[in-house]
Design a protein. Sequence first.
Lengths: 338, 338
Amino acid sequence: MNLVLLGFGNIGQGFARTLLRKMKFLSKRYGLTPRIIAAVDVDGAVVDESGLDIEKLLETAEEKGTVAEYPRKGEKGRSGVEVIRNIKADVVFELTPTNIEDGEPGLTHIKEAITAGRDVITSNKGPLVVAFRELNEMAANFGVEFRYSASVGGAIPIIGLVRDQLAGDEVYSIQGVLNGTTNYILTRMAMEGAPFDVVLREAQELEIAEKDPTLDVEGIDTACKVTVLANALLDWDSRLDDVDITGIRRVGPDVTRLAQETKNTVKLVGVANSEKLEVSPRLVPIGHPLDVRGTLNAITLETDLAREISISGFGAGPQETSSALLGDMIEIYRSKGD
Amino acid sequence: MNLVLLGFGNIGQGFARTLLRKMKFLSKRYGLTPRIIAAVDVDGAVVDESGLDIEKLLETAEEKGTVAEYPRKGEKGRSGVEVIRNIKADVVFELTPTNIEDGEPGLTHIKEAITAGRDVITSNKGPLVVAFRELNEMAANFGVEFRYSASVGGAIPIIGLVRDQLAGDEVYSIQGVLNGTTNYILTRMAMEGAPFDVVLREAQELEIAEKDPTLDVEGIDTACKVTVLANALLDWDSRLDDVDITGIRRVGPDVTRLAQETKNTVKLVGVANSEKLEVSPRLVPIGHPLDVRGTLNAITLETDLAREISISGFGAGPQETSSALLGDMIEIYRSKGD
């Protein structure tokens, strides 16, 4: 199975590292031999249709900062679109960073890959919050697979779970703690009675929060995930704008204390049902499945048959996200062969 | 898609009721039209290859106590084996009660169905704890599907989750609260400080515990589920005898009180890893994903990539179990067509 990787940052490198580590496992259990035949980042590309040396690829990215410095074969300035058009891949992985404004460059990458007849797997929420239905319809028209398990909940396989195991259920509502950074902040605030700013600074020092924490603390990242879940699992045709968003900046020690006194805890909860898409800080009873601590994520589904199912796990991290990317890849392989 | 139902008690009737309710949904979403062409219980059978009237079938079972009284077509004394051999079904549902001694009559039903080239779906743990590998090898040899999602965790789709969404992960260990009756009893004991016998009687009055509660409170039902999970997800070739079992009869109010004082709770936990299969009362920290209340079930997986994933939901009940049976059926339909 020949793979093209677009984006070779945290997620791309994490996935390459996972492939390296799981080569034997994939061959033994599934008879599957993945080869990375091209990798692209902002500075350029490297292509080898007989398969790149993954160790060398990782070394190059770490030491030189770009795959374009790959010995002899690296090419500065070669673009993702150009690689998609000219390299015959089985699966294109779109792993560039999320851009919530226009979804680029992921959106163009995915469209080009679908048009070229490639199956596509992405971790990128950007294209999914601006053109979800369009991309899915394109994929159906071109007869290719389009998978995005890694875009929501990292290692929590919520989308496949509903599509496959809960295929007979109708999902009424989805509630989720979908952002590890804000959950870490709220957990620490509750444990220490400390104010938001102090805990945010601590989280930034630990690199759990980014220098500009806006996307996380304002609830925008959670809203992206709500959009994807609503589109994928509830047949919404929504964009990020459709979500009513309140972040956690105004959650003070008084609120977390009051919550504790009533045996509750404050969580940033994303909600999607047939009526609304919403992100806001909510009281969750202590011991409720959404009461997960630290950077964990959790999702509770309400359905007609199973009634209530909850799933929790690590919502981010390159290795955890690889679990979802690999799961998607194996499912495509199983349905289509090498 | 033509279905034969072997066993028409709680689970069989619950599944028939669900089919009735979901007919439109299945047709609209998947283009799938299931027909029950035969139903069998201990007293006899009813066969109609053009499709039985499901409402009439449910009425007959409720009012007369057996499908063999189905107007005109019911046949007393006609056996499951005879029906399997003579009726051309697409899928045989084995839904008779669990027999942990020799797996019968389920074991023979499943073998006959596989030999006749039918796909098989079961909720019955009996055959799975006495002949798991044999049945799976038979199914592979005859090129038929053999699915048993409903046998563990009711509506919690743990087996498919690992097989499909976590296909790239290696599972290191499974821990689960897998029996709703004992979890109800332990939850009430913790909440009320009441002794085991009192709470057991209360549970029996509410029909949460059976008159003879041995299988539940002695941990045998949990051990059956541990056996199935170990075989299905950890490549064990185990039988019920391989599980080291301690039930909850000796858990007294002193133990539950001590647990609470240390911010723990007592749960009957099933454990499977590469070293051991075990069922015993264990301390679980309050707030841990296995700390689910009442009749809920929960399972925590440790894997190499996702690290830790937990899932909780309703572990029993005819409607909830139908979620798993229907999920298995739709997956077979998707892979093979009508």
